[in-house]
Design a protein around this ligand. Structure first.
Ligand SMILES: Cc1cc2nc3c(=O)[nH]c(=O)nc-3n(C[C@H](O)[C@H](O)[C@H](O)COP(=O)(O)OP(=O)(O)OC[C@H]3O[C@@H](n4cnc5c(N)ncnc54)[C@H](O)[C@@H]3O)c2cc1C
Length: 396
């Protein structure tokens, strides 16, 4: 432990918290991290179970346009710690990265375990103290000393010179361990927008026959069009409906159209299907000639209106624009991220609560949102960097 007069508490062990701790660990201040769970970075570990997409190679100005909230806030934090800075940081920790499709960066082993292990060792070596099983239930800025008192679930109380809360968003909480932190802030009159699911699967009333053949299978390289616009990418058929970046972009119920062959025009599809003489039904011709995936063929076979399968022309028409009705969102507990959180008007540009000097907040617990593609982690990491530097300035 460092022998210094000033102390900082960081509550939470997600990317925002760890990056702020890293910045502060270079100073002489004593840094303590409190986490309600038994180990660190639960959501990063969950993220890693489907391939840890750490960031994206877009230039900062374009990157910043992917976030809700004030553009100047995002320009500021992203310029303070860019996607390239983050990639280099991970590489220096000893975890190689690679660039996948659509400019997305991943850690080579696709999981968060290695990064978290190496990062914790580095923070341990620099004297950062970790306290697990420590759920913070309240805070108070003491008027006499200006210190901030933190109270934990076991009644324990401790005082610090500055605090960062990086408690995460509303998604993926379990019934056994529900999200309790919003109450701490609501009690103090801090404006909080209720969490709603974001980047979440949408429901579709699939037939049993279709699910039997297609559940868990991908619809690769499709173009999904909704009132909001079009998005290319991959979808996965699930028992309740559909998952994947294009559908996260739609984000709400309504009618959408899937182009199952976006690189070919209807005329090209028709001429490919007519390119041989055998006497086959339109469906057999499509199957033989268009190289459609199993899920796409099952979609045509089980979910298309009977009439649309009667001729090559009508079949190619629905291949280019397959209508689907999205009937609702999956719940918050199954969303990748959440919209809502502490209102951004409550913080100043250094991420300090305007009404509570010395109390900083950051990461997904704030009311901002972004699509998948590495934007969520990068947003939290860049905020963590800004907040770490802000705390250093505050303590001068
Ligand atoms: C299935 C899934 C896949 C994802 N994939 C990706 C991806 O590939 N790329 C990407 O960019 N993003 C991804 N994300 C999103 C990303 O993981 C989050 O945006 C990010 O982890 C949020 O970081 P954070 O620092 O705000 O807090 P979190 O990582 O949510 O951490 C907050 C921490 O605070 C702790 N805590 C909460 N309350 C208290 C309290 N009162 N006292 C003490 N501790 C407390 C929590 O236990 C938690 O450990 C994914 C998310 C999910 C669920």
């Amino acid at each position: 432990m460092k022998n210094a007069s000033l102390s900082v508490a960081i509550v939470g062990t997600g990317p925002a918290a760890l990056m702020a701790a890293d910045v502060l660990s270079h100073s002489t201040h004593r840094v303590s991290i409190f986490e309600k769970r038994k180990s660190l970075g639960r959501k990063l570990l969950i993220a890693g179970s489907s391939g840890l997409n750490i960031t994206n190679d877009l230039p900062v100005d374009e990157f910043a346009r992917h976030y809700s909230g004030p553009p100047e806030l995002w320009q500021h934090v992203l310029k303070g710690f860019t996607p390239q800075d983050w990639i280099q940081f991970i590489e220096k920790l000893g975890s190689p990265t690679f660039k996948g499709t659509s400019g997305r960066y991943f850690v080579q082993d696709m999981k968060a375990t290695g990064v978290l292990k190496k990062w914790k060792s580095r923070l341990d070596e620099r004297g950062v103290q970790f306290y697990f099983d420590s759920e913070c239930v309240d805070f108070e800025v003491l008027s006499d000393s200006k210190k901030i008192s933190l109270t934990f679930q076991n009644g324990k109380n401790d005082r610090f010179d500055a605090i960062l809360f990086a408690l995460g968003g509303g998604s993926y909480e379990t019934k056994e361990d529900p999200l309790r932190w919003p109450e701490i802030f609501k009690r103090k009159g801090i404006a909080f927008e209720n969490f709603t699911p974001s980047n979440v699967g949408l429901k579709v009333d699939w037939s049993k026959e279709f699910l039997k053949e297609a559940e868990g299978k991908p619809l690769k390289n499709i173009l999904l069009t909704s009132k909001k616009g079009s998005r290319r990418g991959e979808l996965v058929i699930t028992s309740y409906g559909i998952e994947g970046t294009p559908v996260y972009f739609v984000g709400q119920e309504g009618n959408v159209q899937i182009d199952l062959k976006p690189d070919l025009s209807p005329e090209q599809l028709i001429s490919k299907c007519r390119a041989f003489r055998e006497n086959l039904s339109p469906m057999r011709r499509v199957k033989k000639q268009l190289n459609l995936s199993d899920a796409a063929l099952a979609l045509l076979f089980h979910e298309a209106e009977h009439d649309s399968k009667s001729t090559i022309e009508t079949l190619c028409k629905i291949i280019k624009s397959f209508p689907i009705t999205l009937t609702g969102k999956q719940p918050l507990a199954e969303a990748i991220s959440s919209a809502g959180g502490l209102n951004l008007n409550e913080i100043d540009p250094s991420f300090m609560l305007k009404r509570f000097p010395g109390v900083f907040v950051g990461g997904e617990m704030l009311d901002w949102d972004a699509p998948t593609g590495g934007f969520l982690i990068q947003g939290c990491i860049s905020q963590g960097k800004t907040i770490g530097s802000s705390i250093l300035k505050f303590l001068v």
